[in-house]
Design a protein around this ligand. Structure first.
Ligand code: NAD
Ligand code: WQD
Length: 341
């Protein structure tokens, strides 16, 4: 089976490519490297002892996509390629809709022409918006996320539903990730944000390695047990394995057509203070922090109802918070400047 992985050089993509190779899949990665380095794929190949075909290109380049599907007999597509910075998306909404929505339309069109109908999409917990109560469950109506980034994910889920109505062969899976953190235990691949990290764990890791003075904890007055926000953090290797489980499920369920959504999370909320504590415990490093004002757009707490993936995909997030912290630190301390180290 040959799987096209768009955005496969990125953080979640590279870990997923490794899991795919380790599970006997052949992989073609298509990535424009706008937020990643090809070094990630070299490392993935070393870890897997296997090769990956890499094609550099943009998902908005229709002729390149057409050529790609002509060159490779693709069985299924896992679509990670997207811009993902929530704050940036409020400044550059057109770029986000262009890349994430228009880019996905180009990809789906190229798939249709090539008669490829199996599609796994990187969605996000953000699609539940502010309206839904926690824990989030897949049967809920999609909400209205506060950022263009979040809205782009809702739009693509809508597009997938309409494509499935029009194309009786379409087999779509939308994987709604909660908060992926950590790295492969080898320390060879991990999250390599450009500039100042937006997300919590990369920031904590950069404080630990001495690249940032201290962490700002955004808000200590939320209506949660310790006053900081709670999220559902899952190990990126569990998330990677979740993609393999979804792909296995799609392939095994020959009769299935349409679109199915799955939450990929642990089902357990963890606070920002608890993350800082867990990181300090697991690494022996002290994290200097200030409690700062709330960050615009943050919800107090959200986590997954993780039962559907457990029952239908036979997948659950098994790695512990301690492993997430150890693996984050192993990656960061061995690669203080990411793939440029
Ligand atoms: P990432 O930025 O590390 O990976 C995205 C990859 O897509 C990068 O390699 C980038 O170069 C590539 N890319 C972007 N636009 C492209 C284009 N037009 N053509 C070709 N390649 C392009 O991000 P990630 O954290 O690995 O996220 C992967 C996917 O998961 C994204 O769709 C993201 O929205 C989604 N997601 C991420 C999180 C998270 O917390 N990291 C949570 C929920 C959903
Ligand atoms: C986690 C918690 C912050 C940084 C985002 C997207 C979501 C998904 C995952 C893609 C929050 C706090 C953070 C810092 C802090 N991405 N924090 N100091 O906001 O839950 O989710 O990434 O789909 O769509 O919105 O993740 O890692 O940014 O924040 O106190 O320097 O850490 O306030 O409570 P978030 P995050």
């Amino acid at each position: 089976m040959k799987i096209l992985v768009t955005g496969g050089a990125g953080y979640i993509g590279s870990h997923t490519v490794l899991s795919l190779l380790n599970n006997g899949y052949e992989v073609v990665v298509y990535d424009n490297l706008c937020n990643s380095s090809e070094v990630s794929l070299q490392r993935v190949q070393q870890l897997a002892g296997n090769t990956v075909e890499f094609v550099q290109g943009d998902i908005q380049d229709k002729s390149a996509l057409t050529a790609l599907f002509k060159q490779y007999p693709i069985d299924a597509v896992i679509h990670f390629a997207a811009l993902k910075a929530v704050g940036e998306s409020t400044q550059l909404p057109l770029a986000y809709y262009q890349n994430n929505v228009h880019g996905t339309l180009c990809l789906l069109e190229a798939m249709q022409v090539a008669n490829v109908h199996q599609f796994i999409f990187s969605s996000s917990a953000t699609v539940y918006g502010e309206e839904n109560a926690v824990p989030y469950v897949e049967t809920m109506t999609l909400g209205t996320p506060s950022s263009p980034y979040g809205a782009s994910k809702v739009m693509v889920e809508r597009v997938m539903a309409d494509v499935a109505l029009a194309n009786a062969q379409f087999k779509g899976v939308s994987l709604r990730y909660f908060n992926p953190i950590g790295a492969h235990p080898s320390g060879q691949i991990g999250e390599d944000p450009k500039g100042i990290p937006n997300n919590l764990l990369p920031y904590v890791a950069q404080v630990a390695v001495g690249k940032r003075d201290k962490l700002n904890i955004f808000g200590g007055d939320y209506p949660t047990a310790d006053g900081s926000c709670e999220r559902d953090y899952l190990h990126v290797m569990d998330l990677a394995d979740g993609h393999v489980a979804a792909l296995d499920w799609l392939i095994k369920n020959e009769q299935f057509t349409g679109v199915e959504a799955f939450n990929l999370g642990t089902g357990t909320p963890v606070s920002v203070f608890a993350i800082v504590n867990a990181f300090e415990q697991a690494t022996g490093k002290t994290i200097a922090y200030d409690v700062a004002p709330r960050r615009a757009g943050d919800l107090p707490a959200f986590w997954a109802d993780a039962n559907k993936a457990k029952i239908q995909l036979n997948w659950h997030a098994s790695r512990t918070l301690q492993q997430m912290m150890e693996d984050t630190w192993n990656w960061q301390s061995n690669n203080p400047n990411g793939f440029d180290s």
